[in-house]
Design a protein around this ligand. Structure first.
Ligand SMILES: CC(C)(COP(=O)(O)OP(=O)(O)OC[C@H]1O[C@@H](n2cnc3c(N)ncnc32)[C@H](O)[C@@H]1OP(=O)(O)O)[C@@H](O)C(=O)NCCC(=O)NCCS
Length: 200
């Protein structure tokens, strides 16, 4: 059964008002139902700069999600309003085996084993977070992130984003994420940025 999280937000006068956005956390076995609408949502979320994801990348996203959903600790949270997905956030536990966790080699090669140990050990990976452009600035991204991380059992969380994703980087910094280093060709689009946050 889906886990629902009720919520309220502040209106212009600072009063608490009911929010029509509902957070839903379907189990991995129920993901098939959401797969189509999630692909559409993904393209809307990441269709603009700097991501510029084209419509055909929906299939790649769905496959990435399917593979992640088989990992231990996988969780996904969707924000729904009037039956439409406004945003989503998902992640999973980082695998302890460097052979299986592709980021170990990439992060160690670029930033050194100390950063790998500090960020990826006993850590939850926030894989994707996104809200469709018309629903941004309503606190939905914050609520998705908080709901996802609240269910993680690990000591810390990490994520990989793009250094030129200005809005996302500001959002993460504002939510206590620290930048551990960037890698990839400097001063070029697509440079990766590793961020980390303590959970407990
Ligand atoms: C990053 C992203 C998820 C943020 O989503 P969001 O729903 O706009 O986030 P929030 O509304 O929770 O917070 C954004 C800002 O709105 C503010 N805000 C929160 N609640 C608000 C409300 N009720 N009314 C107005 N503003 C509000 C927050 O304080 C925050 O402001 P600040 O960071 O400038 O101080 C969204 O911009 C996005 O999807 N970007 C594209 C995809 C992406 O880059 N994802 C990350 C890559 S991994």
């Amino acid at each position: 059964m889906n886990r629902r999280v009720s919520s309220r937000s502040l209106d212009d006068t600072g009063e608490l008002v009911p929010d029509s956005v509902t957070l839903v956390s379907p189990p991995p076995s129920g993901l098939d139902t959401w797969s189509g609408p999630l692909g559409i949502c993904y393209c809307e979320v990441f269709g603009g700069p700097p991501w510029n994801e084209a419509a055909h990348t929906a299939a790649r996203f769905r496959e990435r999600l399917r593979l992640k959903s088989m990992r231990p600790g996988f969780r996904i949270v969707l924000a729904l309003e009037h039956g439409q997905i406004l945003g989503f956030c998902y992640g999973a536990a980082t695998l302890a085996d460097p052979e299986l966790e592709s980021w170990y080699a990439a992060v160690t090669g670029a930033l050194g084993p100390g950063v790998t140990d500090a960020a990826l050990t006993d850590a939850f990976e926030l894989v994707d977070l996104g809200v469709i452009p018309t629903a941004r600035g309503r606190g939905i991204g914050s609520r998705l992130q908080d709901a996802l991380l609240a269910g993680a059992n690990e000591q810390r969380a990490w994520l990989m984003t793009r250094a030129d994703a200005t809005e996302a980087c500001a959002f993460y910094r504002g939510h206590g994420w620290l930048e551990l280093g960037s890698f990839g060709p400097p001063d070029q689009p697509g440079q990766k940025l590793l961020m980390s946050r303590r959970l407990r």
